[in-house]
Structures are given as structure tokens and as C-alpha cells.
Design a protein around this ligand. Structure first.
Ligand code: GDP
Ligand code: MN
Length: 381
């Protein structure tokens, strides 16, 4: 579960981390009222679950009432990488001379949490990690002992944080680690921690993701989930009981089993296509589940063609095929081309049953993926 910036900031503030004065707003009037209250300049920031909002136009600074109104009109209702912005955070703007990155995540390779600090803050940290890995100082923490004070000081020193703010940054890092541990967080980060002209440190952004499997013992955080506006398709996936992740391409992918879907994703990429999503409909492939999965990919505007990768196991291939036919017959018109690859028990019988007026049937996964990528390219062209 992802917390919104405003939610994560309230958690951080409660733990003693300095955050700017801020108010959540969902209309132009509310934005202006909040801005007048806080005092100019303010930052108006889209509250949606995407990174890089700044670059994408989801953050604007306003020096006066007119600019606050304009920023609110521009950002409220805008589409930010597939998410409609319903709310913004209106925040006291920070006048900063430097931006830092501070974060805690799980290092699966080491089997330990890792605390990270970088003076290359305010930019995409994944890019920094790739292009200039030494610019990020890291310190692994033994979960049995927690983060020792010397470890926080060491990673801050290793990162080259200016000495005027070193102890404040170390204290933020220590608090973040404690929060990470207490909240069953998977990732927690502040990018940027801003350093002001007066050498004050402020958490200007906030990311906090909680392990879904631990939400049962985090009732306060779980409660925040109801307040978050998920992507429409993610909400639908939740209702249907599917595992779903939206991606940026135009080839829709459906499969039964996470490994099968991942393989399909890799192959779409391999054959020059771009996956639009990860969608695992789980075991079996009853007509209703298939119809729900198709409903999802058909209603995704980014999808130009669909590849369906089904493995018949306990649910035999002929039953799966009937399910797909029944599901497709529920649509008056099939809006996007669908390619099916059916393997496993009774696959051959299944392929014969599939209605090839409604779908393209391919015997191998390679052929199915290539065909779907071609279809998607034709639509794009
Ligand atoms: P993100 O793009 O989604 O990560 O959103 P951030 O909250 O990290 O903001 C991105 C960038 O916008 C920051 O690195 C700053 O450069 C700028 N920004 C955000 N808030 C303020 C602010 O209060 N004052 C100023 N001057 N810049 C800000
Ligand atoms: Mn950020």
C-alpha cells in the first residue's frame, strides 16, 4: 500500500521530522483559501501515486492569488501518467540552496534493510543509482539491533552532507529507520530533504509504502488506504481479485499465473513491443474471470492489442476455451484484437473449440506474442 505525500508527511511530522506547513485541497477555491492562509509563495502539488510529478507538470509554485488560482486550475483534473488529479497539497514553499536524498528500503540481496543518503537529491534516485552509484552512501542495518547512532552519522558523512546540517540529517535518517521498522514499511524516502539558506532541513517530499501483508497489524495506516484514490483500473482489479500493475506500453497481457504473465511480458519486450500491464487472473479461467479480465484491458485506452497466455492445468484447455468464447460473446463488438495461446491439459481440444472469428489462435507463445505486437503496431501506425 502506497501512502500519498500528504499522508506520509503527516506520519513524518508526528515522528518529529520537519515538514512544511500544508493543507489538502480539492477545488480551486480551497487552493486559494489555503494559499492565503499559509502565505505566499506556496507550492501546489498533485496528490497521485506517480513519481516525477515535478517534471510532468504536477507541481507549480505560486507567488500570489492569481498564480495560486492558475496552478489549481492547471493541476486539478489533469491526467498525470494515467491518474486523474483529484486533490492537491498546498504547501509553504521552501527556499532552498541544496537538495538531499534520504531513504530506507530492504536490500534483498543482503537480507537486511539499508539506509541511504545522497547529496544528489531532487532528481530521480534510480537514475543516480544507475549512472553514478558512488553518489549514494549506504549502510546496512541489523534488524535485531536497529540503527546505531554511529551508523547514521557514518552514512551522512560518507555521502558528503554539509557539516552544518549533518546532525539534523542523521536525526532524520534515524527517525526514518525507526518508522520503517515500526510501520512494516517496504520503502520510505524523502527526496528531497531541502537545506534552506539558514541551514534548516525540511522534508519537501515524502514516500512511504507499507507491506500489504502486514496491514492487519497497522490499523492506523490501513485506515488511510480508504482515503486514497486509486487508479480506476487498479480499483477494478481489486474488485475482481486480480493481481494487476499498469505499465506504459500498448500491448495488453493476460495470463493465469504470475510466472506465466512475467514470461509473456518479457517476450513482448523481446519482440519489440511494449507491455501495457501485468494482469494475473489466477487459477482456472472460468468465463466470468476471463470476461472481467477482458473488460479491464478493453477499457484501458492505452491498449491496442491483447495477448492471452493461458495454461490449462486442473482447469482443462477445453473448459478454458469455452470460457474465452463465452466471455467474448458477451461483447457486442470486440474492440481490440485478441491473440490466444493455450497450452497444457487438453490444449489441442481447446484450440479447436476457440472461435477464430473472435480471436487469433496461435500454438506457441512466441508466435502469439509476435502476432499481438504486430497488431498493436498496426493500430499505432
Ligand atoms: P516529485 O517530482 O514527484 O518527486 O515531487 P517533489 O515534491 O520531489 O518536487 C520536485 C521538485 O520540485 C523538487 O525537487 C523541487 O526542485 C521542486 N519543489 C517542490 N517543492 C518546492 C518548494 O516548496 N519550493 C521550491 N522552490 N521548489 C520546490
Ligand atoms: Mn520527490
Amino acid at each position: 500500500m502506497k501512502l500519498h505525500e500528504y499522508q506520509a508527511k503527516s506520519v513524518f511530522a508526528d515522528a518529529g521530522i520537519p515538514t512544511p506547513d500544508a493543507t489538502l485541497a480539492s477545488s480551486v477555491d480551497e487552493v486559494v483559501e489555503a494559499a492565503e492562509d499559509i502565505g505566499y509563495p506556496v507550492a501546489v502539488k498533485a496528490q497521485v501515486h506517480v513519481g516525477g510529478r515535478g517534471k510532468a507538470g504536477g507541481i507549480k509554485l505560486a507567488e500570489n492569488r492569481e498564480e495560486a488560482e492558475q496552478a489549481a486550475e492547471d493541476i486539478l483534473g489533469m491526467d498525470l501518467k494515467g491518474y486523474t488529479v483529484e486533490r492537491v497539497l498546498v504547501e509553504e514553499a521552501v527556499n532552498f540552496k541544496n537538495e538531499l536524498y534520504v531513504g530506507v528500503t530492504m536490500d534483498r540481496g543482503e537480507g537486511k534493510p539499508v539506509a541511504m543518503v545522497s547529496t544528489k537529491g531532487g532528481v530521480n534516485i534510480e537514475e543516480v543509482a544507475e549512472e553514478d552509484p558512488d553518489a549514494i552512501a549506504r549502510e546496512h542495518v541489523d534488524p535485531a539491533f536497529g540503527m546505531h547512532p554511529y551508523q547514521a552519522r557514518k552514512v551522512v558523512y560518507d555521502a558528503g552532507v554539509p557539516k552544518e546540517v549533518a546532525s539534523d540529517v542523521a536525526s532524520i535518517l534515524t527517525t526514518l529507520f525507526q518508522l520503517w521498522d515500526d510501520s512494516d514499511a517496504s520503502d520510505i524516502e524523502i527526496n528531497p530533504v531541502m537545506i534552506t539558506e539558514d541551514d534548516e532541513v525540511v522534508a519537501a517530499d515524502a514516500v512511504m509504502n507499507i507491506d500489504d501483508d502486514a496491514l492487519f497489524r497497522q490499523p492506523d495506516l490501513a485506515e488511510m488506504e480508504e482515503e486514497t484514490f486509486e487508479d480506476d483500473l487498479e480499483r477494478k482489479a481489486g474488485e475482481y481479485g486480480f493481481d494487476y500493475v499498469r505499465l506504459s506500453g500498448n500491448t495488453g497481457i493476460i495470463g493465469n499465473g504470475a510466472g506465466l504473465v512475467m514470461t509473456t511480458l518479457d517476450l513482448v519486450d523481446y519482440y519489440g513491443g511494449e507491455p501495457a500491464n501485468f494482469l494475473d487472473i489466477g487459477g482456472g479461467a472460468k468465463a466470468e474471470r476471463v470476461a472481467n479480465a477482458l473488460d479491464m484491458v478493453f477499457s484501458d485506452e492505452n491498449v491496442d492489442a491483447v495477448v492471452f497466455n493461458i495454461f490449462g492445468g486442473i482447469t482443462r484447455g477445453d473448459e478454458v476455451a469455452k470460457g474465452i468464447n463465452d466471455a467474448l460473446e458477451q461483447f457486442d463488438e470486440i474492440p481490440k484484437k485478441v491473440v490466444v495461446r493455450l497450452a497444457g491439459t487438453n490444449a489441442e481440444e481447446g484450440r479447436e473449440i476457440l472461435n477464430d472469428e473472435l480471436v487469433t489462435v496461435e500454438e506457441t507463445l512466441e508466435d502469439a506474442v509476435q502476432r499481438a505486437v504486430e497488431y498493436a503496431e498496426e493500430v499505432e501506425a
